[in-house]
Ligand binder design. Structure first.
Ligand code: SF4
Length: 247
């Protein structure tokens, strides 16, 4: 459960943010209504795809700037080479790792990020994911963000999906939906949007897990960058007429 202090942090952040001008988003039940509509329409999404916590972490790192199909190809390569463990990644030569990660794109950068993560895991937590995720949430989040190649979306995906910490993952899909529904302003900062979700919903990692996955489903299938399919989308009932997206 989130502590009072961390919830207050989210609420304090919201008070001074660029989403402040859309107070309806923070009314109890607004985001819950979105979630209920999405879940009723599309059902559980069974995220995150991954057999182990470490595989989820690897996926969260590799999915930056590429499709999930490409991530799966790289993960299959790692599995075939028996490299899907922190210790195996740590001892693998970078050149070999890069070759295996090639299908995921930006493979040299992602090799360095994976190496950086497993070194941190070894040095700070003796290689134990259980010890890693037992860290205080904000401390761990700051540590992850200090690692090479790990930004807020990746850090929060790791915390939520591998660590079961109640941290909302903001992505391009959630940003687009909020903007089109008049719930946030264009170019709102990542932290502002994360605070908006967290201040508007119960602090429940399963809820955040499913909500984010459903948002991705809507973003991929309905709320596309151009020509959104509003008439077929389960969120169309919430779309203010004044903010109908242009096609
Ligand atoms: S109703 Fe339209 S704008 Fe809203 S989420 Fe669906 S596709 Fe996007």
């Amino acid at each position: 459960m989130v502590t009072d202090s961390s919830r207050s942090e989210a609420e304090r952040s919201l008070e001074s943010s660029s989403v402040q001008s859309t107070p309806d988003a923070t009314l109890p039940g607004v985001f819950r209504s979105y979630f209920d509509a999405l879940l009723a329409a599309y059902g559980p999404q069974h995220w995150w795809p991954g057999r182990t916590r470490f595989e989820i972490i690897v996926g969260a790192i590799l999915t930056q700037n590429t499709s999930w199909a490409n991530v799966e190809r790289a993960i299959r390569n790692l599995r075939a080479a028996r490299l899907l463990s922190p210790a195996a990644i740590r001892s693998a030569p970078s050149a070999k790792l890069a070759l295996l990660l090639r299908p995921s794109g930006y493979f040299r950068q992602k090799t360095k990020t994976l190496k950086s993560f497993v070194k941190f895991l070894h040095d700070a937590h003796g290689g134990s994911l259980t010890r890693l995720f037992a860290s205080p949430r904000q401390v761990l989040r700051d540590q992850l963000l200090s690692l090479r190649g790990i930004g807020p979306e990746t850090a929060d995906s790791i915390l939520l999906y591998a660590g079961k910490h109640p941290v909302f993952v903001v992505d391009a899909y959630s940003r687009r939906i909020l903007e089109r529904h008049g719930l946030s302003l264009p170019r709102a900062h990542y932290e502002e949007l994360r605070a908006l979700f967290q201040a508007s919903l119960p602090s429940d990692h399963q809820l955040f897990n499913e909500f984010h996955a459903l948002i991705v489903h809507v973003g991929k299938n309905y709320c596309r960058p151009s020509n959104p399919r509003c008439s077929e989308c389960s969120l169309s009932r919430f779309l203010p007429q004044s903010t109908l997206p242009s096609t």
